[in-house]
Design a protein around this ligand. Structure first.
Ligand SMILES: Cc1cc2nc3c(=O)[nH]c(=O)nc-3n(C[C@H](O)[C@H](O)[C@H](O)COP(=O)(O)O)c2cc1C
Length: 185
């Protein structure tokens, strides 16, 4: 099997796709679709998002100093793609998609009701790295829809119709094929 040199880029796949909500309800609430989102620390709970400075959302996030990471499902795949292809400078994405903004519990940014998991973040760092800004947020509140909890009150990932992303395509997330540590048993 031979290895062939190809054009260098930083793309990795599969990755998740998330809806980042920002701005204020009734004023400038906006949604931006993002693939470059990563957990950084569990204690304190920190997340990083890599956002281009020229995005309208960047301006809004800098103003409020917070943002919300919402996990979308297959039911809103079309809306997710839409929010990644138009700017909040030109359209009201909540109105256009019919997605529902609800007040954040601990931050000014609104949650997206249709997303079963919402992580409210307060910004602790913003670093210009290459052509993106890497913004680190501390998760200050997390809410989940009751329907995705099992009878023990624990999150049941199978109850969510998740999707992933890679090479400009969206993919189904399939059945469970293993559990952390299964190789040791
Ligand atoms: C699947 C997908 C993933 C994206 N990931 C990112 C990302 O990680 N960072 C980024 O700056 N833009 C990303 N974008 C592009 C923005 O979502 C897009 O430019 C959006 O229109 C910006 O909206 P705004 O101007 O309202 O902020 C992605 C778009 C799509 C469709």
């Amino acid at each position: 099997m031979s290895k062939i040199d190809v054009k260098i880029n930083s793309s990795l796949f599969p990755i998740g796709v998330f809806l980042i909500s920002c701005g204020e309800i009734g004023k400038n609430a906006n949604i931006v679709t993002m693939g470059w989102v990563i957990p950084i620390s569990s204690n304190p709970p920190l997340l990083g998002i890599s956002l281009r400075k020229k995005r309208h959302s960047y301006e809004l996030i800098k103003k409020s100093n917070d943002f919300i990471v919402n996990i979308p499902t297959r039911e809103i795949l079309k809306e997710t793609d839409y929010c990644g292809n138009v700017s909040g400078r030109d359209v009201n994405k909540f109105e256009k998609t019919g997605l529902t903004p609800i007040p954040g519990r601990k931050v000014k940014s609104p949650l997206i009701k249709e997303c079963p998991i919402n992580l409210e973040c307060k910004i602790i760092k913003d670093m210009e790295l290459g052509d993106h800004n890497f913004i680190i947020g501390e998760v200050v509140s997390k809410s989940v829809n009751e329907e995705i909890l099992n009878e023990k009150g624990k999150l049941d990932i199978n109850k969510m119709n998740l999707f992933s992303y890679g090479s400009n395509r969206y993919f189904d997330v399939g059945e469970v094929i293993g559990k952390w540590g299964f190789s040791l048993r």
